[in-house]
Design a protein around this ligand. Structure first.
Ligand code: GLY
Ligand code: MN
Ligand code: MN
Length: 516
C-alpha cells in the first residue's frame, strides 16, 4: 500500500518523495470533496478516568517534589522505522508511560510538560501543573484521514482526541503545535531570571533540538544542562524502584499470562522434538499465547535447548530440541500497560531429568532459595547475589570443579566459580525488564530492599560443550531458574510461584500437561 500522491517524477524528484511513486490515489478535487463528506458524526461519550490516573498523578507529584521551580519535559518518543516506510509497533519511553499511565500505542511524538507553579500550588498540592501535548486524531474531513499512513484513521484506525485522553488521564491536553512555545517560553539562564528547563534526553530528537536551540539562543550552558538533564533521567528511574499497588497488580497479570505461555510451550514439545527448528516452535508457542491474550513480550524469548542453554542471551532460537536435553526457556509477557514479567524454567525435554541434570538443577534451586531467604526489607540488594552465589560455589567445590579452595574462590581476588555463572542474580523489574537502570548505585546495588520493590532472582550454572574445566558429563548443560519477587512488609512473595520449581514438581506438571 502506498501513502501519498506523487507530485514530481524523473531524476529531479527528491529521493524522499519516491516512496510514493507507487501511489495511485486520485488527486482530483471531486475525489477529495467526496472523501471528506458523508461520515457519521462521532456520538460516543467520553470515558471516565483510567484506573491508573490517580497513581500516575502521585508519581508526577514525586517528580515534582525533586525539581521545584523548573520546567520538566518528558517525551514519549517517535515512531521508530523498522525498514523503509514501515514502523515498529509504537511503545512509549517507560519514563513517559510511568508518569502518564499510557501504555501500548500511546502516543507517538507526545510530550508531557510539567510547568512549575508556586510551591504546593500545583496539581494535587505539588509544585507543577502537567499538560500532555500530542497530535490528536485528524477529522474525517481532512486529507490526513485517508492520506497519512502513519497517523490517518483510514490507515491505522482511530486515535485519541484531545478530549479523550484528557478524560482518561485526568490531565489537561493540548495540541502538539503548541509544544514549542510551551517548552521555550521564558526559558533561559536562571541567574538572569530565566526558567530552567530539564529534558528527558535521547528519547525524541525533535525535543532535544528544540531545547538545545532554545538554550543556545538564551545563553544557557549546554554542558551544565546535560548533567542537569541527567538528573531528571536518574530521578525517573529512581521513583520506579518502589512499585505502587496498581503496578503490582499489572505485574501479577503479566506473570500469570507468562505462566500460561509456559504451559503452552510444554504442550508444543512433541512438535518441537520433530521439527528442524524446534526452538522456534517453542518460541512461537509462547508468543502465540501472549498475543492471543492481548499481550506482547517484554524482551525476545530465549528458547535454548542443550548446549544453546549455556549462551546467556540465546535469542536465535534456531536449534533443534532433542530427547534427553534440557530446554531453558526465559520468557516474559508484557501487558498492554507495558509491565513485564521475566521468568525462566529449565525443563527436561522428555519430561524427566537425568541424574546429572537433576544434581545441577538442584544446586541452582538451592541458590535461588538462599536468595529468597534473605529477600526482605532491610537486606542490601547486593546481598541477594551474595547469598545465591555462595551456594553455587559450595556445590562447585563439592563436585571438585574449583581450581582453588572454596575460601579462595569466594574472596574478591578469586571468584573462579563465576566462570559458570558470569551474570548477576537479580535486577529490578517493571516497565523495563531491566528496570530502574539509571538509578544511582547507592539506591540500586547498594540500596536496601523496601516493601513494594519487584525484582528477579535468577541464579544459573552453564557448562559449555567446549568447557574442558569440567568432566564430560556436565558439558552441554545450562540451567537457570528465574522468579519474580515482590518485597512485602516482612518478607517477600514469589509472584511466579505458580510455575513449578522443584525437579519433582516440574516433572509432574509436564506429565499432567502432556497427558491431558
Ligand atoms: N531475560 C533477561 C534476563 O533475565 O535478565
Ligand atoms: Mn532477568
Ligand atoms: Mn530472564
Amino acid at each position: 500500500m502506498s501513502t501519498d500522491a506523487t507530485t514530481t517524477t524523473g531524476s529531479d524528484q527528491p529521493l524522499e518523495e519516491r516512496v510514493n511513486n507507487r501511489s495511485q490515489r486520485p488527486s482530483s478535487e471531486a475525489f477529495k470533496t467526496f472523501m471528506a463528506s458523508s461520515w457519521a458524526p462521532d456520538t460516543s461519550e467520553l470515558p471516565g478516568a483510567d484506573g491508573v490516573a490517580p497513581y500516575a498523578a502521585a508519581r508526577r507529584a514525586a517528580v515534582s517534589a525533586r525539581f521545584p521551580g523548573e520546567r520538566l519535559v518528558i517525551p514519549a518518543g517517535p515512531l521508530k522505522v523498522r525498514s523503509n516506510d514501515t514502523d515498529y509497533r509504537f511503545r512509549p519511553h517507560s519514563g513517559f508511560a510511568h508518569l502518564t499511565g499510557l501504555g501500548l500505542d500511546h502516543e507517538p511524538d507526545a510530550v508531557l510538560v510539567m510547568e512549575p507553579t508556586d510551591e504546593g500550588a500545583g496539581d494535587n498540592g505539588s509544585n507543577h501543573n502537567a499538560t500532555l501535548y500530542f497530535s490528536p486524531m485528524a477529522g474525517r474531513d481532512t486529507e490526513e484521514f485517508y492520506s497519512n499512513a502513519r497517523t490517518g484513521e483510514f490507515w491505522i484506525g482511530p486515535r485519541p482526541t484531545l478530549g479523550l485522553l484528557q478524560a482518561r488521564l485526568g490531565l489537561p491536553t493540548a495540541d502538539l503545535t503548541q509544544l514549542e512555545v510551551a517548552i521555550t517560553k521564558n526559558a533561559g539562564v536562571v541567574e538572569l531570571g530565566g526558567m530552567r528547563v530539564r529534558l528527558l534526553r535521547d528519547v525524541d530528537m525533535n525535543c532535544d533540538a528544540l531545547v538545545d536551540t532554545s538554550r543556545i539562543n538564551t545563553g544557557v550552558d549546554l554542558e551544565v544542562s546535560d548533567s542537569l538533564d541527567g538528573e531528571l533521567t536518574e530521578a525517573l528511574s529512581e521513583i520506579r524502584l518502589v512499585k505502587d499497588a496498581w503496578e503490582i497488580d499489572e505485574m501479577k497479570k503479566s506473570v500469570a499470562a507468562t505462566i500460561n505461555g509456559f504451559h503452552d510451550v510444554v504442550r508444543s514439545l512433541d512438535r518441537a522434538l520433530t521439527h528442524p527448528r524446534g526452538e522456534r516452535v517453542v518460541e512461537g508457542a509462547f508468543f502465540a499465547r501472549a498475543r492471543e491474550e492481548g499481550n506482547d513480550l517484554g524482551y525476545d524469548t530465549i528458547a535454548a535447548s542443550g548446549n544453546n542453554a549455556t549462551v546467556l542471551h540465546w535469542i536465535n532460537n534456531n536449534g533443534t530440541v532433542n530427547d534427553g536435553e534440557l530446554l531453558l526457556l526465559d520468557a516474559g509477557v508484557e501487558a498492554e500497560s507495558l509491565y513485564t514479567a521475566d521468568v525462566t524454567r529449565t525443563l527436561p525435554v522428555n519430561g524427566t531429568y537425568t541424574d546429572v541434570q537433576r544434581k545441577i538443577y538442584q544446586a541452582v534451586l538451592d541458590a535461588a532459595d538462599a536468595a529468597f531467604a534473605v529477600a526482605k526489607p532491610g537486606t542490601k540488594f547486593r546481598d541477594l547475589h551474595g547469598a545465591a552465589i555462595k551456594v553455587l560455589a559450595e556445590n562447585l567445590d563439592a563436585w571438585g570443579l574449583l581450581p582453588v579452595s572454596l575460601e579462595e574462590a569466594l574472596s574478591p581476588e578469586g571468584q573462579q566459580h563465576r566462570r559458570w555463572m558470569p551474570h548477576g542474580t537479580s535486577h529490578h523489574l517493571g516497565l523495563d525488564v531491566h528496570d530502574c537502570a539509571q538509578a544511582k548505585a547507592e539506591l540500586y546495588l547498594d540500596g536496601v530492599l523496601e516493601e513494594g520493590m519487584v525484582f528477579t532472582i535468577e541464579p544459573g550454572l552453564y557448562f559449555k560443550n567446549e568447557d574442558l574445566a569440567v568432566p564430560e558429563e556436565y558439558r552441554g548443560i545450562g540451567v537457570r531458574i528465574e522468579d519474580d519477587v515482590l518485597i512485602t512488609a516482612d518478607g517477600c512473595v514469589n509472584l511466579s510461584a505458580a510455575l513449578p520449581r522443584t525437579p519433582e514438581a516440574v516433572e509432574a506438571w509436564m506429565a499432567e500437561i502432556r497427558n491431558s
